[in-house]
Unconditional design. Structure first.
Length: 196
């Protein structure tokens, strides 16, 4: 019997960056993430078959992505970078955090209507209040160097020992004033994929 998804809480956070050093940007870079804090149905024991539960999570990733888009005031066309991540409580194992990677990426791509690059991901086992440095990259080509970035995620009172925190993250641009050169630009990557 497949475990049910039992969500305790969700969090949606956004930020806007106008500048770090140098000239202010013409428009701010918007970034956001959303997480669901849920019961880990596999906590405390070894379970051989994790796949059915994994496959049930794609709609959650889709919904979280749409929540982030709404909070950012963005459309799928505005998004240039994405990522996903998970933190499993200490009564779980790293493989439980890895459950999120396939459905997380699939749900993000479905909500955005595409994405040619792999959805970068970060995961860990952590105690309550653990911070995840969630990796993000350009959604059309992973070698757009200006878009290599991380978003810091913390869920306050989570994960409790028998919980799992799953996260999606989006950004409308790369690092402010990126100037270290790139193999390909974000615009070239978008044109290459034919994304409008």
């Amino acid at each position: 019997m497949q475990p049910k998804i039992a969500i305790r809480r969700t969090i949606v956070t956004t930020d806007r960056t106008w500048h770090e050093f140098g000239e202010p940007l013409a428009k701010p870079i918007r970034r956001g993430w959303a997480c669901a804090i849920m019961a880990n149905p596999f906590a405390g024991a070894f379970h051989a078959d994790l796949v059915p539960f994994m496959e049930s999570l794609e709609p959650l990733a889709f919904d979280l992505t749409n929540e982030v888009l709404g909070a950012m005031g963005a459309t799928p066309r505005d998004i240039e970078s994405y990522g996903k991540g998970s933190i499993v409580g200490v009564a779980g194992e790293l493989e439980h955090a890895a459950i999120w990677h396939n459905p997380g990426g699939a749900g993000i791509r479905r909500a955005l209507g595409g994405g040619a690059a792999g959805v970068s991901g970060s995961m860990k086992v952590g105690a309550v209040g653990a911070t995840l440095d969630l990796s993000i990259c350009n959604m059309d080509a992973s070698n757009v160097r200006s878009h290599y970035d991380t978003i810091e995620v913390t869920a306050g009172d989570a994960p409790r020992p028998s919980e799992l925190v799953v996260v999606v993250a989006l950004a409308t641009g790369g690092r402010p004033n990126a100037r270290l050169g790139s193999l390909i630009t974000a615009e070239q990557a978008r044109q290459k994929t034919g994304r409008p």
